[in-house]
Ligand binder design. Sequence first.
Ligand SMILES: CC(C)(COP(=O)(O)OP(=O)(O)OC[C@H]1O[C@@H](n2cnc3c(N)ncnc32)[C@H](O)[C@@H]1OP(=O)(O)O)[C@@H](O)C(=O)NCCC(=O)NCCS
Length: 161
Amino acid sequence: MSEAKPASMSRTTMTDIIFPSDTNYHGTMFGGVVMRYIDKIATIASMRHSRRGVVTASSDSLDFLAPVKVGEAILLEAFVSWTHRSSMEVYVRVESENLFTGERKTTATSFLTFIALDDQGKPTPVPAVIPETEEERRLFESAEGRYQARRKRKEERESNS
Ligand SMILES: CC(C)(COP(=O)(O)OP(=O)(O)OC[C@H]1O[C@@H](n2cnc3c(N)ncnc32)[C@H](O)[C@@H]1OP(=O)(O)O)[C@@H](O)C(=O)NCCC(=O)NCCS
């Protein structure tokens, strides 16, 4: 495993404008389109951290807090908040921006887990994360609890199948 990396090294941003083809019949952004952006930006952040191929293992929370309207901009930011052995927790925040007024709203937040794979497609160790900002430290310190909750969920699923 290589040296620990600051969370800033995986920090990734994306901006796009929402067209009618991205919306539902309410004229607001379709949830599935938001999820696609989230999965993509989290993939990039986790590949930047590990410099490996990755797969999405799970998304343990995705909270839609406010709709994005057609003609607004969508801004996404993601970074690796914590790692275990081969798994990386990625935090994603989505904002909308009214391009006429500049008003911004948090639209969605999500935690996803990505696994780094070696050349044989097997889980492989990743560098640890060095949190630097207050937000990075807060998420880093609470991550072990989320990891344990995911493990418990996996064990329950396996014992029920
Ligand atoms: C993710 C995957 C590689 C894990 O395989 P596995 O046999 O469970 O591997 P392991 O038991 O060795 O676990 C490897 C890591 O994955 C983590 N993991 C496994 N299932 C998980 C889940 N559902 N959620 C979060 N983490 C998970 C483990 O905690 C472990 O993390 P650690 O190494 O940091 O401790 C495998 O389930 C898989 O390939 N799933 C399909 C992925 C996919 O197709 N995604 C969509 C398209 S990219």
